[in-house]
Design a protein around this ligand. Sequence first.
Ligand code: SF4
Ligand code: SF4
Length: 71
Amino acid sequence: MAKGRVRFYSDRCKACELCIKFCPKGALGLDKKNINALGYHPATVVDPERCTGCGTCALMCPDLVIEVERE
Ligand code: SF4
Ligand code: SF4
């Protein structure tokens, strides 16, 4: 199966959770251990093995936080 690598510009994330809700594989979640420059727990990959590199999360993010590379 195709795999993707997801990169977050975490300090721009406002934790709206759109990327998390729309990831068809459930690969994303909020990083409860970190707080970003805006004062939120930023979105992150919680299960990288699930990511197919579909790019939906990057399309959904209103703040251009996410870049997806397909491997
Ligand atoms: S690229 Fe697709 S599968 Fe991977 S985290 Fe984003 S929405 Fe989920
Ligand atoms: S859609 Fe963008 S701003 Fe919203 S939680 Fe995901 S990365 Fe953060």
